[in-house]
Write a protein that binds this ligand. Structure first.
Ligand code: CIZ
Length: 311
């Protein structure tokens, strides 16, 4: 047995002994996706967190996702393998600044993307993910004014799809902002049969050039059902693992970032986790997510509304 198999064996024993589950986002490294009890996007993972009978959830994702699991399952213990796994998008929307912004528009309701801190969720009327955003927004009467936070690219895209004029918070995800349209067009030139598929957190010109735009789950579904054979994928590169696994006959090319030396199409926060840290998290019961009770109560309501609407 090699050291990887030994470590996986130890993780398996611990998760059984402690009645724990490992939830992993599609942006995690392949080794983690392979050992997780469940792999998915934020919406799937929120549902799993709310449903699981486990006593412990080890969340291989970024902080806001582990917080979401705690908010939906406050009686469970939720751990994140590396405490530094933040999210540039969630951090682009600090609570105090957002509170002031919201106070300037008292007649607007707040729709926030789940990629926010618990503090922002507590000031939100309904959350959404990139998978259900159109459905959530279309459930709101047309005359109701809306603030959308925190991603301006997703917000602009949603305005164009739904015909709304939502007021947008000026936040963005460092991974999706960094893709180079010029480099993608150059790849398309040398791979004329390839299709460009992009996440709606990408900038407008990338979305206009894309053959298909969707959340990670929608991108996965698209490549499984589409007749093409080659795809340039403009989102975090972790998703390529599931794409290749489910479609071994097709070719997937990660979209390049502007600065190719910075490796920006990998989220450095998502990629902080590894198998050893998952083992340590289970073994030493670290790092536990603890949130203020009042914030959790307030943050749960917009999430439950979202889950009910997208059931
Ligand atoms: O909602 C999520 O899980 C994220 C961050 C991306 C996506 O589209 O799934």
């Amino acid at each position: 047995m090699n050291s990887h198999d030994i470590l996986v064996g130890q993780i398996n024993s611990l998760r059984k002994e402690k009645n724990a589950v490992i939830l992993a986002h599609y942006y995690q490294i392949p080794e983690i996706q392979e050992i997780a009890d469940f792999v998915g996007d934020s919406l799937d993972l929120s549902r799993k967190s709310a449903e699981t009978n486990a006593d412990i959830i080890v969340f291989a994702g970024v902080n806001f996702m582990a917080e979401t699991a705690k908010i939906l399952s406050p009686q469970k213990r939720v751990f994140i393998p590396d405490l530094e796994a933040g999210c540039s998008l969630a951090e682009s929307c600090p609570s105090e600044e957002f509170r002031k912004f919201r106070e300037e528009y008292p007649d607007h309701m707040v729709v926030s993307y789940v990629n926010t801190t618990a503090g922002i969720k507590a000031m939100t009327d309904i959350t959404c993910t990139s998978t259900n955003a159109v459905q959530i927004i279309e459930s709101i009467p047309k005359e109701q004014k809306i603030i959308f936070a925190p991603d301006r690219n997703l917000g602009n895209y949603l305005n164009s799809i739904t015909g709304r004029n939502m007021l947008l918070w000026n936040g963005a995800c460092h991974v999706h902002e960094e893709f180079s349209l010029e480099k993608m067009l150059a790849i398309l030139k040398s791979h004329p049969k390839a299709k460009l598929i992009a996440h709606p957190e990408c900038q407008g010109p990338v979305l206009i050039a894309a053959d298909f735009v969707g959340s990670t789950s929608a991108l996965l579904k698209f490549v499984e059902t589409d007749g093409g054979s080659e795809y340039i994928v403009a989102t975090e590169s972790g998703i390529l693992h599931q794409m290749r696994k489910r479609n071994p006959q097709k070719t997937f090319i990660p979209a390049p970032p502007i600065d190719s030396t910075c490796g920006c199409n990998d989220c450095r926060f998502m990629k902080l986790h590894d198998l050893q840290k998952i083992f340590d998290s289970l073994n030493e019961e670290k790092f536990e997510i603890n949130l203020d009770m009042e914030i959790m109560e307030k943050a749960r309501k917009p999430m439950q509304r979202m889950l009910e609407l997208s059931a």
